[in-house]
Design a protein around this ligand. Structure first.
Ligand code: BTN
Length: 265
């Protein structure tokens, strides 16, 4: 299972083409690019494509993270965006980002989720999710869920090296992007269908079992500044239940960013 295909984009391309010919839903159509600005941008440009189309790039030249951050995307990671056209309320669409985080974490042994959807291992960030809604006119919308995983990256710029890691840096083993891609897609397909059928409640227990934020002191970084709280639980809609000197309340992923008190996690 372990092999380094990072130096061989052709083989990744061939694999994706075979994968899409056999995929039932997620990845039934896959676009692969040697390099592109951002797979999320491309998915938005191609939002007329069908539900479940996946956009994958060997490299991104303008990868985007949450909160306007840049996402450094060398040729050794998984950079992919899934285009979805669910017939659900936009509130539930926010949970798709949690589905993606769970699906990535399930694909990488030992990884956990920092609420809402940072993938962490050994107290460092291994991957992240950027979900965006696109209006298709009227009340119709599409969802683009961008997934970034640092797979075989060997070093990071000193500005992020204290908080960023890759599967390789953590394990010392080069991993196959093909295997990881396949596992992420099949986990996503399974978890997303549960979400559509049963709401977030259907995956809540699995999500909680991988969420490293619960039971920790956290800093809530909101528009009105920072505040301290204790993370108690995840509610039935995927919100984070916290307690501070004002009482117990729920924060939603769009409203705050969470930091550990003693570092990134
Ligand atoms: C984060 O800030 O944690 C989210 C990072 C999301 C990165 C992925 S890589 C594929 C997709 N294309 C982008 O430009 N961003 C997402």
């Amino acid at each position: 299972m372990i092999c380094d295909d990072a130096k061989n984009p052709e083989s990744f391309r061939d694999f994706l083409s075979l994968y899409s010919s056999q995929a039932k839903y997620i990845g039934n159509k896959i676009y692969f690019y040697d390099d592109i600005d951002s797979t999320n941008n491309e998915a938005k440009r191609k939002s007329n494509c069908c539900d479940g189309t996946v956009f994958v790039a060997a490299k991104q030249t303008a990868g985007r993270g949450r909160r306007g951050n840049t996402w450094v995307s060398d040729d050794k990671g998984i950079w992919m965006s899934i285009l979805l056209k669910p017939k659900i309320k936009s509130e539930l669409a926010q949970c798709i980002t949690l589905v993606a985080g769970l699906s990535v974490s399930e694909a990488i042994d030992g990884s956990m989720i920092k609420w809402p959807n940072d993938i962490v291992i050994g107290n460092k960030k291994l991957g992240g999710i950027l979900t965006e809604l696109i209006s298709l006119g009227g009340s119709e919308f599409a969802v683009v869920t961008g997934i970034g995983v640092n797979v075989n990256t060997t070093s990071f710029h000193e500005s992020i090296s204290k908080i960023a890691t890759s599967v390789y840096l953590h394990t010392g083993i080069k991993s196959s992007r093909k295997v990881l891609f396949k596992d992420i897609c099949s986990n996503f397909e399974k978890n997303y269908s549960i979400l559509l059928k049963s709401g977030f409640a259907g995956i809540r227990d699995k999500y909680k079992s991988r969420c490293i934020t619960i039971g920790r002191d956290v800093i809530l970084k909101g528009v009105e500044g920072d505040s301290f709280a204790f993370a108690e639980d995840i509610d039935k809609n995927g919100g984070l239940i916290v307690r501070n000197n004002k009482g117990v309340f729920t924060v939603n992923s769009g409203e705050v960013s969470v930091r550990g008190l003693f570092g990134y996690v």
